[in-house]
Design a binder for this molecule. Sequence first.
Ligand code: PBG
Length: 329
Amino acid sequence: MYPLRRNRRLRQSDAIRSLVRQTHISPNDFLVPLFVVEGSGVKEEITSMPNYYRYSLDLLKKEVKELWSLGLKSVLLFVKVPDNLKDNSGTEALNTEGLMQRAIKTVKETVPEMLIMTDVALDPYSVYGHDGIVSEGSIVNDDTNAILAEMALSHAKAGADFVAPSDMMDGRIFEIRSLLEDEGFHDTGIMSYSAKYASAFYGPFRDALDSAPVDQQDIPKDKQTYQMDPANRKEAIRETLMDVQEGADIVMVKPGLCYLDIVRDVRNAVDVPVAVYQVSGEYAMLKAAAEKGWLDHNAVMMEQVTAIKRAGADIIASYFAKDVVKLIM
Ligand code: PBG
């Protein structure tokens, strides 16, 4: 029979395609990760993340102004901590004059309307490169939570709008929420890395912060006892529902592209905003392939962020944010 339906009718021209398009990308979708270092006049390219930089506070100001002018209104701060300030108990993480605390103030002073989210985890501060306290070959859960809560409070006091615990300890959202409430920080939000997998895609990020787990006897060489097994699906829902119950305002799935089934599951399971982190390894892969001329950088980048949003992301944390916005402006 002659087809009554011809699906190609809706694909004939740009006009009809844009009329029926279901997923749109705008600057409002993005959360921009920023790496901060000590010093002044520093803008260092991260070797495994071409065209992505660590900034000292003075140049961070310039970057933040540029982001704001591009319509990028939310940043996620990470700090590279000098080796001599690292220990096994996150001492420097609680320093009211620490780099993170100063970075928060710097961004607030420079662009007061910018939404500031901060990374809460011990790895940049850990001599062992772990997200928690290490004792007798394991990562201690509850003692770590107490420090994470203090760390979150310290960020809130410095002016963070949201804290973003990326550590995957059990029960940390409750600990953080409780302390923030006790101390009167009712409006400080929590974006929880809820379904964070023990992924090999974090390599370039660990280069950026010099935060990889150390190769040392009796120290776990990877994060598999706290980050999730990439083979598991249902566990992502359990983790996420618990975080919502404990007080998370926003939940996150991480990494992005390899985990879009999880993004859709989580999107269907919760009624809070879902963030997706398109991580450093995802960024590095495309940059490398594009450098070789093997992939069309901008086309693949747009396809990837569109796929992440189509899968159910309300928020995309991405190193491509600026590239995307410049392209679609
Ligand atoms: C650590 C943290 C990691 C990332 C964000 N926070 C790395 C890790 O868990 O080892 C990775 C982000 C990226 O790869 O872009 N708390």
